[in-house]
Design a protein around this ligand. Structure first.
Ligand code: SF4
Length: 106
């Protein structure tokens, strides 16, 4: 079971002070050098985030089959391109793990 309710995980997000990296500016095109720079910086912030699993699950479940260009910046430690190119099996597993926790002893 996730330690957080369906939306309370957002309260533990560590990216809030770095919103400029995580909110689309409407100008930076995915795949550009500037987008890649922002994505690298954002991923570094996601690494120690205690709600990374919940965040990624939320992103994957709300984005559905959107293309990388329709997805907003880094979420859950993954770039729009990385999320868009996950296999169906991996996508479903990551969504489930963010909602219920990873498989294994409870
Ligand atoms: S995983 Fe990254 S994008 Fe998601 S809440 Fe944490 S810091 Fe923010």
């Amino acid at each position: 079971m996730s330690r957080f309710s369906s939306s309370s995980w957002r309260l533990a997000a560590v990216c809030v002070p770095f919103a400029d990296l995580f909110i689309p500016d409407g100008e930076t095109r995915e795949g550009s050098g500037e987008a890649n720079r922002r994505n690298r910086a954002a991923k570094g912030i996601c690494v120690p985030c205690p709600v990374r699993r919940e965040c990624l699950s939320d992103a994957l479940s709300t984005e559905g089959t959107d293309s990388p260009y329709q997805r907003a910046v880094v979420r859950g430690g993954m770039s729009p391109h990385q999320r868009a190119t996950l296999s169906v099996v991996d996508r479903e597993r990551l969504i489930r793990e963010g909602q219920t926790g990873p498989p294994g002893p409870r």
